[in-house]
Design a protein around this ligand. Structure first.
Ligand code: MF3
Ligand code: CO
Length: 253
């Protein structure tokens, strides 16, 4: 396994990609409302991505048919947008989006509630987001990758949540998926040593119930086996010798 170190020029392009992706998420969040279909979300998302001069990186990636992965309630990730599924009050919906700007990728996910959601759902979303921040406290040159994994899982499991094991975060750059793989659950090994200039997509997927997931017949949609709710939160970050830089984060989400 070799983890690429980005040059100053590459880092600038990844900053630009991340900034755009943060705006895509902000704009899309404002459009979310009860009654819209998950395909409406995808169409809007693609339009916004292209309006910034970017390419939606998920579209046709390994045959995935859309620009935005839209995963509702017990769907963990990779839900396929459809005209048949309409959002209703109380749903939680994860939007996972990737953009390519001048050849560089940025990848980020948010989970939003539609209207009033249950206390359980609100806590799951907030703690999933927080688990990302617990993890990146360790994303610093000289630390080891699995310190991030261990911190995410210790935080999430302290609430009795299940941390998804079958999908992981990843390095990112000129490719959507680069080395290293970044598990969100506790690891026995230390993992690679982190260096300034590594760019990583860290993406905890946290279930209110058990960690087990399964794939639906469309071969994409991942759901919780026990049908408990699941939330997803992801950003593309830059490792530095000090605090990590969160490239795909805006003030709004
Ligand atoms: N954030 C997800 C990932 O990193 C999105 C990939 S969806 C796909 O794997 F459609 F592009 F596969
Ligand atoms: Co990702």
């Amino acid at each position: 396994m070799s983890v690429s170190i980005k040059s100053a020029r590459e880092i600038e392009l990844m900053r630009a990609a991340g900034k755009i992706l943060a705006k895509v998420h902000d704009n899309l969040k404002k459009e979310l409302k009860e009654g819209m279909s998950t395909l409406d979300i995808d169409r809007l998302g693609e339009e916004i991505i292209r309006s910034y001069g970017c390419i939606p990186s998920f579209k046709n990636y390994n045959g995935y048919p859309a620009s935005v992965c839209v995963s509702v309630n017990d769907e963990v990730v990779h839900g396929i947008p459809t005209q048949k599924r309409h959002l209703k009050e109380g749903d939680i919906v994860s939007l996972d989006i990737g953009v390519i700007y001048k050849g560089y990728h940025s990848d980020a996910a948010r989970t939003h509630g539609i209207g009033e959601v249950s206390k359980e759902a609100a806590l799951l979303m907030e703690r999933t987001r927080q688990s990302f921040f617990e993890g990146i406290k360790y994303a610093k040159e000289g630390n080891h990758l699995h310190q991030i994994s261990n911190a995410i899982s210790a935080y999430a499991e302290s609430f009795g949540y299940g941390v998804v094991r079958d999908l992981v975060g990843h390095g990112i750059g000129t490719n959507l998926h680069e080395d290293p793989q970044i598990p969100n659950f506790a690891q026995k090994s230390r993992g690679v040593r982190l260096k300034a200039g590594m760019t990583l997509a860290i993406e905890p997927m946290i279930n209110a119930g058990r960690f087990d997931v399964e794939w639906q017949d469309d071969d994409w949609t991942v759901v919780t086996q026990d049908h408990s709710l699941s939330a997803h939160y992801e950003n593309t970050i830059l490792v530095t010798s000090g605090e990590p830089e969160i490239l795909s984060l805006s003030a709004a989400v």
